[in-house]
Design a protein. Structure first.
Length: 346
């Protein structure tokens, strides 16, 4: 058995590949929860242990994107080696149903069974305790896995975690879309393909261009809204869904404080939502609190965590305006005696 030659950090990322797992191990739900939407660290505070500081530092908004592997004790097994050798700086490819469904950058590795159990629970008495903290997550469409797997694992499927050198990774790079459409705030990497941080341009002053509205929902395709929607690859920041059309996926740019209510047309006031969540938000069926938790507009019950990329700061004042508009908070720009929409007129 040969030991893989590890890449030196200057030669490009090595590659970790993981199966997402099927429904019997809650693979789709876990993928959605901890990679696509991210988990609120505050909900697992009791289990962060020695990793609390580094995780809070990596995810200043408190939403961590995590994946994990169950233990493997077979000496020399590919998975045992991958667990031992995985490290920050590696790329992660996620495999499911004959496709590569996501790519991410591993920013930290930790072995923390209590945290894994708190986030994902157990499977057959084990948990996914060999955790990888992720960033620069890209959800991929239509990337067939067969060529990649045949080349790198000599099989048509992926059963468990494996790790490959940067050279092997590079040998299959042409089978993947160009890398890095998303880059987090605070980390700079020179390169032509890196967009500026969302919202880095100044908030526009003066009146916003208006178009006549027929419904409550304002669907607009300004350059800024398009940037936000592209940034999230049309994945709804609330429910994680991506609306399909005949030509690909789409989404709506939602203004947290409506343009009609003098909300700015600026990334800090724009979310990437699906039509369903956008309608609910604009109608007050849901609102977002200052911890970016999505709550029911009628019961206040927590429903989801808003998925927010670190490159996309959201101005909480606009969320507060929206809550005040529906009588759920106060805001200097909202008359507190105003009738809540839908309430009977006296
Ligand atoms: Zn949605």
């Amino acid at each position: 058995m040969t030991t893989p030659v590890l890449a030196s950090p200057t030669t490009g990322p090595d590659l970790v590949m993981t199966p997402r797992g099927n429904a019997d191990v809650r693979g789709p739900a876990n993928f959605e929860k901890s990679i696509v939407r991210g988990v609120l660290l505050a909900n697992h505070a009791a289990h962060l242990g020695p990793d609390a500081g580094v995780l809070r530092g990596l995810y200043p908004d408190g939403v961590a994107h995590l994946w994990g592997a169950t233990p493997c004790s077979v000496p020399g097994h590919e998975k045992t080696r991958a667990i031992a050798q995985r490290r920050a700086g590696d790329h992660l490819l996620v495999y499911a149903e004959k496709k590569i469904i996501a790519r991410a950058l591993i920013v930290h590795c930790l072995d923390n069974a209590p945290l894994a159990r708190s986030v994902w629970g157990d499977t057959n008495g084990q948990t996914w305790q060999h955790i990888m903290a992720l960033d620069e997550i890209e959800l991929l469409d239509d990337v067939p896995a067969a060529g990649i797997l045949r080349s790198l694992v000599r099989q048509d499927f992926l059963r468990s975690l494996v790790r490959r050198t940067h050279r092997e990774y590079r040998s299959i790079a042409h089978l993947l879309p160009p890398h890095l459409s998303v880059i987090p705030a605070g980390r700079t990497r020179p390169g032509p393909d890196i967009p500026a941080q969302l919202g880095s341009e100044p908030v526009p002053t003066g009146p916003t261009r208006r178009t006549p509205q027929t419904g409550q929902r304002t669907v607009r395709n300004t350059a800024r809204s398009e940037r936000v929607r592209d940034h999230y690859k049309h994945t709804c920041q609330i429910c994680g869904r991506s609306m399909r059309t005949a030509t690909g996926h789409t989404s709506e740019g939602a203004h947290f404080r409506a343009l009609e209510h003098d909300g700015p047309d600026h990334e800090t006031n724009i979310g990437c939502l699906c039509a369903y969540c956008h309608t609910e938000y604009d109608a007050g069926g849901i609102y977002i609190d200052d911890d970016l938790v999505v709550r029911s507009g009628t019961t206040g019950k927590r429903e989801r965590d808003l998925h927010v990329s670190r490159a996309h700061p959201i101005d909480r004042d606009h969320l507060r305006f929206h809550r005040a508009w529906f009588g759920l908070d106060t805001h200097p720009d909202v008359d507190p005696t105003r009738l809540k929409p839908g309430w009977p007129k006296p």
